[in-house]
Write a protein that binds this ligand. Structure first.
Ligand code: NAD
Length: 370
C-alpha cells in the first residue's frame, strides 16, 4: 500500500471553504485502508501575499515541486486588485504551472444524469456525455514571440501574437491524449486549422506520426477546430478524447464545459512530463472556477468541482481507478437524491450548504462501501 503526498493550497475566497470538504473526502479514504494520503498545506494567491508579500513563497513552491500532487482551490478577489502586477494572486497559479512545467490541461465534460435537464442542449444530446479535452497549456499563441503592439507612426498601431509550436511540444501532448484514450473509449480527435495555419499543418503531421509510432491501437481522427466547435454542440457524444492547442483548447473546453451546467461542477487536471526515474508526472488538480468573492463566506459554494478534482488526482496521478470511480458515483448518487447547492438548483428548489454537500458525498461513500 502506498502513501501519496499531497500539497493542499486552498487560496482565497471560497477556496478554503471547498478545500475543507475535500479534506473530509481524503480522511474518508485514509480511514478506509488501502493507499493513504499525507497532506501538507500552504498559502497561495492573496493569502500568500498577505503573509509573505508574494503570491506563493519559495518554501511552498519547493513543497509543490516535491509533492505527488498539488490540490489547488482558487485565488483572487477585490482585496488584492491594487497589488503590483507581479504579486497579484494569479501570479501564484502561473508560477506553479510554469515551474512544474504542466503542459497538459485535462478538462472532462461529464453530464450527471440528474442535471441533464439543466443543460442548454436537449436532454438526449447531453445525457450520459463523458468526454475529455486535452489542451496544450504552455505553448502556442499565448506565449509565442514576438508578442507586442508597435506604433506604425501613421496613426495606426499593430498588435502581434505569434502562434508557434515545435515538434516535441505536439508529440508530448499527443502521447498524453493517446495514453488517456486507452483508459477510456480508445478514441482521439485532434483539432487544428491546417487549412489556414502552418502550425496546424505541423500539428496534424506530428499527431499522425506519434500515432503511427506506438499508438496504432487507438482510433485517431482529425477535425478542423471550427468544425469541432460545431460538432461539440451538435452531437458531443461522438467524442472521447479531444486533443488541441492552447488557443483552441481554451475556447473548446469552455464550450464543452457549459454543455454540462454550472462552473461549480467542473474539475481540471494539469500534468507535466513523466519523471525519468519514477515515471510519475508532476500534477496539479483544481476546479475550473475562481474564488467567487460574491458568495464567499455564505456557505453557498458548490464543493463538487473541487472534490471531483481530487477524484481526477486519484485517477491520473495515483491510478486508483476503483477509488476514483467510487467518488464519481458518490457525487452522482448525491445529485440523484435531489441534493443541490444554490448554483445547480432549479428555481424554487430547496438548497443545501457547502458543508452539507460535502457531508452528503461522504455519506454516499459510506453507503457505497457498506
Ligand atoms: P468565478 O469563477 O470566481 O465566479 C463566477 C461566478 O460563478 C460567480 O457568480 C460565482 O459565485 C459563481 N461560482 C464560481 N464557483 C462557484 C462554486 N463552486 N459554487 C457556486 N458558484 C460558483 O469568476 P470571477 O467572478 O470572474 O472571478 C472571481 C475571482 O476569481 C477573480 O479575482 C478572478 O481573477 C479569480 N479567478 C481565479 C481562478 C483560479 O484561481 N483558477 C479562475 C478564475 C477566476
Amino acid at each position: 500500500m502506498a502513501t501519496h503526498n499531497l500539497l493542499l493550497l486552498p487560496g482565497d475566497g471560497i477556496g478554503p471553504e471547498i478545500m475543507t470538504e475535500v479534506k473530509k473526502v481524503i480522511s474518508w479514504f485514509n480511514a478506509r485502508g488501502g493507499d493513504t494520503f499525507e497532506s501538507d498545506e500552504g498559502l497561495v494567491g492573496g493569502a500568500a501575499y498577505d503573509a509573505h508579500g508574494q503570491a506563493i513563497s519559495e518554501e511552498d513552491m519547493a513543497k509543490a515541486m516535491a509533492s505527488d500532487a498539488v490540490i489547488f482551490g482558487a485565488v483572487g478577489g477585490p482585496k488584492w486588485d491594487d497589488v503590483a502586477y507581479e504579486h497579484r494572486p494569479e501570479a501564484g497559479l502561473l508560477r506553479l504551472r510554469k515551474d512544474m512545467e504542466l503542459f497538459a490541461n485535462l478538462r472532462p465534460a461529464i453530464c450527471y444524469p440528474a442535471l441533464a435537464d439543466a443543460s442548454s442542449l436537449k436532454k438526449d444530446i447531453i445525457e450520459g456525455l463523458d468526454i475529455l479535452i486535452v489542451r496544450e497549456l504552455t505553448g502556442g499563441v499565448y506565449f509565442g514571440e514576438p508578442k507586442e503592439i508597435t506604433d506604425l507612426g501613421n496613426g495606426q498601431k499593430r498588435g502581434v501574437d505569434t502562434q508557434v509550436y515545435d515538434t516535441y511540444e505536439i508529440e508530448r501532448i499527443a502521447k498524453v491524449a493517446f495514453e488517456l484514450a486507452r483508459t477510456r473509449n480508445n478514441k482521439v480527435t485532434s483539432m487544428e486549422k491546417r487549412n489556414v495555419m502552418k502550425s496546424g499543418v505541423l500539428w496534424n503531421e506530428v499527431v499522425t506520426d506519434t500515432h503511427n509510432n506506438g499508438y496504432e491501437d487507438v482510433q485517431l481522427e482529425h477535425m478542423l477546430a471550427d468544425a469541432g466547435g460545431m460538432q461539440l454542440v451538435r452531437w458531443p457524444k461522438q467524442f472521447d478524447v479531444i486533443v488541441t492547442d492552447n488557443l483552441f483548447g481554451d475556447m473548446l473546453s469552455d464550450v464543452a464545459a457549459m454543455l454540462t451546467g454550472s462552473l461549480g461542477m467542473l474539475p481540471s487536471a494539469s500534468l507535466g512530463a513523466p519523471d525519468a526515474k519514477t515515471g510519475r508526472r508532476k500534477a496539479m488538480y483544481e476546479p475550473v472556477h475562481g474564488s467567487a468573492p460574491d458568495i464567499s463566506g455564505t456557505g453557498a459554494a458548490n464543493p463538487i468541482a473541487m472534490i471531483a478534482s481530487f477524484g481526477m488526482a486519484l485517477r491520473y496521478s495515483f491510478e486508483l481507478v476503483e477509488a476514483a470511480d467510487m467518488l464519481d458515483k458518490a457525487i452522482a448518487n448525491t445529485l440523484d437524491k435531489g441534493l443541490r447547492t444554490k448554483d445547480i438548483a432549479a428555481a424554487g428548489e430547496a438548497t443545501i450548504s457547502t458543508a452539507e454537500m460535502g457531508d452528503a458525498i461522504v455519506a454516499e461513500l459510506d453507503a457505497l462501501s457498506a
